[in-house]
Ligand binder design. Structure first.
Ligand code: TPP
Ligand code: MG
Length: 322
């Protein structure tokens, strides 16, 4: 399915917004923002390309690196920033923080701090969709590190045997914290594992939003047509360290040259060139878009800063009681 001008422009704006949000978070973190913050700077094309092929009522199960997925799914920026600042107005009433963003109104059924847990939950959600006879599709994002966990293998098996309306998206950014792919995985391509579970698997250039969108579009069609699950392995790279607690961008375990070689494949730069080449957008439009993104972020930060802190007694609300 060839990408339309409207879809491409909208996806570009989402990637730009995600990038600018991450840059703002770096600034806020240096000024004392609490919590562990895992940015997706450099990986925007995966979140946006995948979610660009979904409907609003389709579901997404995310990882610890989930802010980009939430933005890509059309999430509320004010609620996101307020959540990071532990404010009452946050998406989880300020009690979840960066790793627990959840917002069912846009199908975001949860970022998750437990590595490898997105796929079992995604299988449950997809099974529920199937039993309800709904046309919704579920996406489960997971990293290359998570790919080696037991729950991921069990989920791929269930996805195959139950023919679930599911798209499993491996964000292979070549690192599990500081451990490179070559040292943590017996295979260097995860998409080939799909064959072992009876589902199709494809390798996708995760730095190219068009490639990610097109691959997801096909996988979503299969799922909606009752043909079952698909595994997409998107090759990507994080430009920052594992978390913002590492200000060196991971230089203890990778070199400047490696980071620079991936920065040349910057997905936003690439999408920008695509739009200009096609004459779908002008430099002026791009500048206005950047201005809009920055403005929206400033408003969200001001909203969060003016919101009330979560009171300690809220620790006892929204919990299961027997
Ligand atoms: C079950 C579990 N084990 C270990 C951790 C610690 N941990 C947090 S992130 C992470 C690495 C995950 O790597 P990957 O799946 O490749 O995702 P990425 O951070 O690269 O996006 C680990 C081991 C955890 N959160 N949960
Ligand atoms: Mg990884």
């Amino acid at each position: 399915m060839a990408i339309s001008k409207e879809t491409m422009i909208s996806m570009y704006e989402k990637m730009l917004l995600s990038r600018r949000v991450d840059e703002k978070i770096i600034e806020l973190y240096r000024a004392g923002l609490p919590g562990m913050i895992h940015l997706c700077l450099g990986e925007e094309a995966v979140a946006v390309g995948v979610c660009g092929a979904l409907n609003k009522d389709d579901y997404v199960l995310s990882t610890h690196r989930g802010k980009g997925h939430y933005i890509a799914k059309g999430g509320n920026l004010k609620a996101l920033i307020a959540e990071l600042m532990a404010k009452k107005t946050g998406s989880n009433k300020g009690k979840g923080g960066a790793m627990h963003i959840i917002d069912p109104s846009v199908g975001m059924l949860g970022a998750n701090g437990i590595v490898g847990s997105s796929l079992p939950i995604a299988c449950g959600v997809a099974l529920s969709v199937k039993l309800r006879g709904s046309q919704q599709v579920t996406v489960g994002f997971f990293g290359d590190g998570a790919a080696n966990s037991g729950p991921c293998h069990e989920s791929m098996n269930l996805a195959g045997i139950w023919k679930l309306p599911l798209v499993l998206v491996c964000e292979n950014n070549y690192y599990q914290v500081s451990v490179p792919l070559s040292r943590h995985s017996s295979v260097q391509d995860f998409y080939i594992r799909a064959a072992g579970y009876g589902i199709p698997g494809y390798k996708v250039d995760g730095m190219d939003v068009v490639a990610v969108y097109e691959a997801t579009y096909e996988a979503v069609l299969r799922a909606r047509n009752g043909e079952g699950a698909t595994l997409l392995e998107c090759k990507t790279y994080r430009f920052r360290g594992h978390a913002e607690s590492d200000p060196t961008r991971g230089l203890a375990y990778r070199c400047e040259e490696e980071i620079a070689s991936w920065e040349e494949k910057d997905p936003i730069k690439r999408a920008r060139e695509f739009l200009l080449d096609k004459e779908w957008i002008t430099e002026n439009d791009l500048e206005e878009m950047d201005h809009r993104c920055r403005q929206e972020i400033e408003e969200a930060v001001a909203f969060a800063q003016n919101s009330e802190d979560v009171p300690p007694e809220w620790a006892l609300t929204d919990v299961f009681k027997s």
